[in-house]
Write a protein of this length. Structure first.
Length: 239
């Protein structure tokens, strides 16, 4: 049986990942070291269920290939990893791992996890009919990140402050993502309000790095303008 409390050392050794969406009251939350009664109770029930299924000849873990392939199909319909996680109740970190190439994803997952993902309707209209909680449009964040770049704030500096990766910020800024987590959008806006009132040098960013960031940002804006101009000419032809 699981102990009612866990040692500090055990909690530190099993920290919940930053991007995990595991909620209190789930078995995974207790696995990450949470000592709330509802989380520990959920873990006990989950272990009892798995034991019962094993005795009945039903394996607790199954190959991940089928769920991974289905998750890829869902992504092709327009659902993001966060969308799949919200609908299925599976942790978003696990969904992202399933979406990795074959050699980088888990070989096996819990059968209940597999069934939860396979139970999502494969219908692109599902996304349009349901605005999932915790997500927002990426346009405002993209504009904000571009403005910061034009003022010399490097992507690596921003990523460290926002607890995300430079690749994620570059994808948002480049408008490769249509939506992002609402929490990240709010962090971006709050950080921008602070940084736009100061200079990169005030935060220890070297001048040559700021200059390189500004140059790249201005080139990016010019390239975007060249792409948009022909579209506008076709939409509004000169009489």
């Amino acid at each position: 049986m699981l102990p009612a409390t866990r040692s500090t050392a055990a909690s530190k050794s099993r920290k919940q990942p930053i991007r995990s969406r595991v909620r209190h009251g789930s078995p995974s939350c207790a696995d990450y070291g949470c000592s709330r009664p509802e989380c520990i109770s959920a873990a006990r029930r989950d272990r009892a269920r798995r034991t019962k299924e094993l005795r009945a000849g039903r394996p607790a873990r199954v190959p991940a290939a089928e769920a991974a392939a289905y998750a890829s199909q869902l992504r092709e319909t327009g659902l993001s990893a966060a969308d799949i996680a919200d609908i299925s109740g599976v942790a978003v970190t696990l969904v992202r791992r399933l979406l990795h190439p074959g050699g980088q994803r888990p070989a096996a997952i819990h059968r209940v996890t597999s069934e939860a993902i396979l139970g999502i309707p494969l219908n692109s209209a599902f996304k349009r009919e349901r605005l999932l909680p915790g997500l927002t449009g990426a346009d405002k964040a993209a504009t904000t990140l571009q403005d910061l770049a034009e003022r010399g704030w490097s992507t690596s500096f921003l990523a460290a402050r926002l607890e995300t990766t430079p690749h994620t910020l570059a994808a948002i800024r480049g408008r490769e993502r249509r939506r992002l987590a609402l929490a990240l959008d709010r962090r971006i806006q709050r950080l921008a309000a602070l940084l736009l009132a100061s200079e990169p040098a005030d935060h220890g960013i070297a001048e040559h790095r700021s200059r390189r960031t500004r140059t790249a940002a201005l080139r990016r804006r010019a390239a975007l303008a060249q792409l948009v101009a022909p579209v506008r000419e076709q939409a509004d032809p000169v009489p």
